[in-house]
Design a protein around this ligand. Structure first.
Ligand code: M6R
Length: 609
C-alpha cells in the first residue's frame, strides 16, 4: 500500500521526470493521489493532487520541478480521504523538509496533540504529517553535519507503528534519508545516482544493482554512496543483482498488465518449476519432521495455500494441517509450538498480516518455510527455508501468474513429499517430474489459446449481472474461491464461492433467471454430485457456466462450457481450471468499463493490518 520513490543524482538533470516514471511503475501499490517534492537551490519545490498519476499529470506538470534530489509518492489512503491536502509529500511548518511514508503511525494522535501544543501547525488529516513536524522539532536541538540524520533518528524513536519513510531536507540538499519498519524499501545503486523505492520495478530501467533495507535500518543516500546503520552501528550493505528485466515491468503492447500477466503464465510456470532442489528437499524434511503444519497466507495466496492443503493432507494423513487466513492467526496461536512448521505463501513477501503471524510463530519456536515471488523480501527473511516462484514482476493488482506459480510450486513440493515417503522409486520419480514440468506450461498455453475468445464472449453476457456463484467440492474448492475473488475484485460483480452441497442450506434462495453459476467440475470423485448441484441451480433459472474436462454429462447441463485438456496428474487441475476464470474476470471488468489493473479501494501489497 502506497508507493515510494526517491532519487538523488550527480547528473545535471531534473529528477522529477525519473520520479514520475518510477511512480508509474509503483502505481499498483496505491492510486488515489500522487505527489513529488524536489530540492532546488536550497529550496523545496512540490506538487501533489488527488487522482491517478495520469489524471494528476494532466493537471500538473511534475516535469517542471527542478533539482537533482527528490521524493515521490503514490497513495492508498489510510488516514484522511484522498485529497490534495492529504496527498504526500508532507512538509514541516517552514517547508524546510518533506517526507513520504508507507505504513501506519499508531501513536500519531498523541504526538500530534503534543506537537500542536508546541506550536506546530498541521495541514492534513494524515498520520504521516506528524513525522515532518517531529523531525522539525528534533532538528531544533541538533547542530553540525549530522544534524538531519540525528533529528530523523530521534523522531523515529518516538513513533510506534509500521513505516517505510524517505526524507529530504534543505539543510542537506543532496541527501536522501530513509528508514524502514515492516514496510518495504529497496535501494538502487548506480555510480552517480542512488534510488530508494517500495519495489524494484520503480528503478529497474536505470539499474539492476539493489540493496534491501532491513527492518530497523536507517540509511543515508548521496549520489555517490549508501550509508546504512542500525542501532547506531554501521551495517555493511549486501548488494545483489536483480534478475528481472525492465521489459518485464512494462505492458509490451498489451492493453493491461493483467492480460499480459495471464499470457505470461506458461513461461512463469516453466521458470518456477525449474526449482532449487536443495531448498525443496530441506522444506520436505521440515514438513515431515514437524508434528503439525500451518499454512498461512492472505487473499489469492491463501487460495493457493488451500490447494496445497488438499495435496498435503492426502499424503500426510495423520498429521494435523491447518490452512489459516493470516489476519486470523491470533485465534490459532495456541496451536503453535516448536514442533510446528509454518508454510507461508505470499507473492510480495511483504503482507503485514502474514508477517505478524510469522513473527508470533517464531516466538513460539515454530519453523518457517515460505513461498514468495520477491527475492529477499521480508517473509523469506523470516524463514528457515525460502522457496521462490519465478513469475517475474506482477504489476496488475489482481494476482494471476503468481497464483498459478504458487499452486505449481506447492504441487511440486507435494511430489517431493511423495518421493520422500517412498511412493515412487528414483526412476519413477524422475519420469513424473519430467512429465509434470513439461505438461504444466504446455496445458496452460493450450487453455489460454482455446478459451480466451469464449471468455470474452461470456464476459459480455454476464456483465449486466450483480451477483454470481462459484461452486465446487473438496479439493476443487480453492479454484472456485479464486474465481470468485478475481471476478469481484476487478469487475465488482458480487461473487461468492462455497462447497456445492451448501447451496440448499441458504445460498440458492437468491438464484433467479440469468444468475451466473460457475460449476467447477473436473473428471474426479466430485463430478457426480456436481451434476445434481448444477441441476438444482438450473431448475431455478441459473445460467450454468461449467469448467470441465470435456465431461459431456456436465456440458449438457450447462449453458456455457470451458473445456480443459486432461492431464496426466490431478495436481495440474487447480492451475489449468483457474485460467478461464481469470480471463472471464478480466474481460468482465473491461466490458463494464473498469481498469482491471487498478481496482477501486485495493492496492497490491497490503502493508497495513
Ligand atoms: O502479496 P501477497 O500474496 O501476500 O498478497 C495477498 C493478497 O493481498 C493478494 O493475494 C490479494 O488478495 C490480491 N488482490 C489478489 O488478486
Amino acid at each position: 500500500m502506497c508507493g515510494i520513490i526517491a532519487i538523488t543524482t550527480r547528473r545535471k538533470t531534473n529528477v522529477s521526470k525519473m520520479i514520475t516514471s518510477g511512480l508509474k511503475r509503483l502505481e499498483y501499490r496505491g492510486y488515489d493521489s500522487v505527489g513529488i517534492a524536489t530540492i532546488s537551490e536550497g529550496k523545496i519545490q512540490t506538487m501533489k493532487d488527488a487522482g491517478t498519476i495520469d489524471q494528476v499529470t494532466s493537471r500538473l506538470s511534475f516535469d517542471t520541478l527542478e533539482g537533482s534530489t527528490g521524493i515521490g509518492h503514490t497513495r492508498w489512503a489510510t488516514h484522511g480521504p484522498p485529497t490534495r491536502i492529504n496527498a504526500h509529500p508532507h512538509a514541516d511548518c517552514s517547508d524546510s523538509l518533506m517526507v513520504v511514508h508507507n505504513g501506519i503511525i499508531d501513536n500519531y494522535l498523541s504526538l500530534r496533540n503534543d506537537l500542536k501544543k508546541q506550536g506546530h501547525k498541521f495541514k492534513s488529516e494524515t498520520d504521516t504529517e506528524v513525522l515532518a513536524h517531529l523531525i522539525e522539532e528534533e532538528f531544533k536541538s541538533e547542530k553540525g553535519p549530522n544534524a538531519v540524520i540525528q533529528a530523523f533518528k530521534k523522531a523515529l524513536d518516538k513513533i510506534e507503528g509500521t513505516y517505510a519513510i524517505t526524507l529530504i531536507h534543505t539543510a542537506d540538499p543532496t541527501k536522501i534519508f530513509l528508514a524502514r519498519k515492516d514496510s518495504p524499501l529497496v535501494i538502487g545503486v548506480q555510480d552517480d545516482t542512488k534510488f530508494a523505492a517500495s519495489d524494484i520495478p520503480a528503478f529497474l530501467e536505470y539499474t539492476k544493482n539493489a540493496i534491501v533495507l532491513k527492518n530497523g535500518e536507517v540509511a543515508t543516500l548521496t549520489p555517490e554512496a549508501v550509508y546504512i546503520e542500525k542501532n547506531g552501528f554501521r551495517v555493511q550493505p549486501k548488494p545483489f543483482i536483480v534478475s528481472w528485466t525492465a521489459e518485464s515491468a512494462q505492458k509490451s503492447g498489451y492493453p493491461h498488465f493483467m492480460l499480459k500477466e495471464i499470457h505470461e503464465q506458461p513461461i512463469a510456470l516453466q521458470n518456477t518449476l525449474n526449482v532449487n532442489v536443495k531448498a525443496l528437499e530441506e522444506a520436505t524434511k521440515r514438513i515431515l519432521e514437524a508434528e503439525k503444519i500451518i499454512i498461512l497466507a492472505a487473499g489469492t495466496s491463501y487460495h493457493a495455500g488451500l490447494s496445497g492443503y488438499y495435496q498435503f493432507q492426502r499424503l500426510l494423513k495423520q498429521k494435523p494441517i491447518y490452512p489459516i487466513i493470516a489476519s486470523e492467526y491470533e485465534t490459532y496461536n495456541h496451536l503453535v509450538d516448536e514442533n510446528t512448521c509454518i508454510l507461508a505463501v505470499s507473492q510480495s513477501g511483504e503482507t503485514l498480516d502474514v508477517m505478524k503471524g510469522l513473527t508470533a510463530a517464531r516466538k513460539a519456536g515454530a519453523k518457517i518455510i515460505s513461498i514468495a515471488n520477491v527475492i529477499d523480501s521480508s517473509i523469506p527473511r523470516l524463514s528457515q527455508v525460502a522457496l521462490y516462484t519465478k513469475a517475474g514482476p506482477e504489476i496488475g493488482v489482481a494476482a494471476t501468474k503468481t497464483h498459478t506459480a504458487q499452486v505449481a510450486l506447492l504441487a511440486r513440493l507435494s511430489l517431493q513429499l511423495e518421493y520422500s515417503l517412498n511412493v515412487w522409486n528414483q526412476q519413477e520419480f524422475s519420469s513424473i517430474i519430467t512429465d509434470f514440468t513439461s505438461e504444466v506450461p504446455s496445458i496452460t498455453r493450450t487453455v489460454i489459446n482455446q478459451n480466451e475468445f469464449k471468455a470474452k464472449q461470456l464476459a459480455s453476457i454476464i456483465s449486466d449481472q450483480n451477483h454470481s456463484y462459484f461452486l465446487a467440492r473438496g479439493k476443487n474448492l480453492p479454484i472456485a474461491m479464486e474465481g470468485a475473488l478475481k471476478l469481484k475484485e476487478i469487475s465488482y460483480i458480487h461473487a461468492e464461492a462455497f462447497p456445492a452441497g451448501e447451496s440448499k442450506h441458504g445460498p440458492i434462495a437468491i438464484v433467479e433467471p440469468k444468475f451466473p453459476v460457475f460449476i467447477i467440475s473436473p473428471k474426479d470423485e466430485t463430478r457426480k454430485k456436481m451434476f445434481s448441484n448444477s441441476e438444482e441451480m438450473k431448475a431455478r433459472g441459473g445460467y450454468i457456466i461449467s469448467i470441465t474436462h470435456k465431461d459431456q454429462e456436465i456440458v449438457k447441463r450447462s449453458d456455457q462450457s470451458f473445456l480443459i485438456p486432461e492431464s496426466s496428474s490431478p495436481l495440474i487441475t487447480p492451475i489449468s481450471y483457474v485460467i478461464p476464470l481469470q480471463m472471464i474476470s478480466y474481460y468482465a471488468a473491461v466490458h463494464r468499463g473498469f481498469d482491471p489493473d487498478k481496482p477501486k479501494n485495493l492496492a497490491k501489497t497490503v502493508t497495513v493490518e
